[in-house]
Design a binder for this molecule. Structure first.
Ligand code: SAM
Ligand code: DTB
Ligand code: SF4
Length: 313
């Protein structure tokens, strides 16, 4: 029986990070196959429905108005265009469609425009996810009533490292929104980014914050920073490959029943690296040529990868 805990100590988590690599991966894989089909990966597609001009200063992001990244600002997409993209994603095999907006938080007026998009995507028979920034409790209830399945809201890094990366909000703001989403009975998708200049202790602390939430996030995206020219983090050295894989493995061990998503950064990862992430317990990816503003591997490339690894979507 797999035990679900939310009282992980930082010492226990650091000890996982320090295990011999093979022992760590073996442990993570054993837990993984106890809970999930080890050869099944869930695929979600992303669409940026509102691009650029975000008032936040997240120092990794192409869409912050504080940095000159050359990204064009665009207003909220028309619903017809959104639904056409969702249909395309469904045709390609995606089971969930995730819509992102470069907002600090949605206004009630803008939320009213997103609601029909959620309903439209649901009517296509897909699971729905949105990521719109901070939410009030009322807004979370409104999204639930619209039929929303998942809300993505990443804690991004450790509480200790947070103010080095973002200064326009604090770590607690993120936790407050996660609580509002959980209170509204919407499934939570929350994870972070590696490669922000954090250390191993930060990775452990970030996973501790996720794993000690009252309820584990249903989905935990682990992103590798996609360096964006013009942002403060454009030249930060990436984590080593094994450090990245270790983080996936520790996420799998701490949150056995959560779906761990190998998220941004896959264009820079080879076949063996991605295979190792799946072995360590990742069982979801973003599928389709585009993430929000940056490239993702082509569908053909991912289909070839799955074929070679014997993975079903
Ligand atoms: N504005 C909303 C928010 O911040 O929650 C939603 C969109 S925001 C772009 C969604 C997530 O994408 C961020 O929380 C961050 O984890 C991830 N992200 C943004 N830029 C990234 C990058 N350059 N590399 C990797 N992940 C990134
Ligand atoms: C998540 O954790 N990663 C996705 C999704 N949630 C919204 C976003 C990745 C963004 C990568 C950079 C970009 O394309 O702008
Ligand atoms: Fe805005 Fe989200 Fe980008 Fe931060 S991560 S600048 S909140 S779009």
């Amino acid at each position: 029986m797999i035990e679900i805990r939310n009282d992980w100590s930082i010492e226990e988590i650091n000890a996982f990070f320090q295990m011999p690599f093979n022992d760590l991966l073996f442990k993570a894989q054993a837990i993984h196959r106890d809970v999930f089909d080890p050869n099944q990966v869930q695929v979600s597609s992303l669409l940026n429905i509102k691009s650029g001009a975000c008032p936040e200063d997240c120092s990794y992001c192409s869409q912050s108005s504080k940095y000159d990244t050359g990204l064009e600002r665009e207003k909220l997409m028309e619903i017809e265009q959104v639904l056409a993209q969702a249909e395309e994603a469904k045709k390609n095999g995606a089971s969930r469609f995730c819509m992102g907006a470069a907002w600090r938080n949605p206004t009630d007026k803008s939320l009213d425009k997103v609601i029909p998009m959620i309903k439209g995507v649901k009517d296509l028979g897909m699971e729905t996810c949105v990521t719109l920034g901070m939410l009030s409790q009322d807004q979370a209830h409104t999204l639930k009533e619209a039929g929303l399945d998942y809300y993505n809201h990443n804690i991004d890094t450790s509480k200790e490292n947070y103010s080095n990366v973002i200064t326009t909000r604090n770590f607690q703001d993120r936790l407050d929104t996660l609580e509002a989403v959980q209170n509204a009975n919407i499934s939570v998708c929350s994870g972070g980014i590696l490669g922000l200049g954090e250390g191993q202790k930060d990775r452990a602390s970030m996973l501790q914050s996720l794993a000690n939430l009252e309820k584990h996030p249903d989905s935990v995206p682990i992103n590798l920073l996609v360096p964006i020219p013009g942002t403060p983090l454009e030249n930060v050295a990436p984590p080593t490959e094994t450090e990245f894989v270790r983080t996936i493995a520790v996420a799998r061990i701490l949150m056995p029943k959560s779906v761990v998503r190998l998220s941004a950064g896959r264009t820079e990862m080879g076949e063996a690296m991605q295979a190792m992430c799946f072995f360590a317990g990742a069982n979801s990816i973003f599928y389709g040529e585009q993430l929000l503003t940056t490239d993702n591997p082509s569908i053909q490339k991912d289909q070839d990868l799955f074929e070679r690894l014997g993975i079903n979507i």
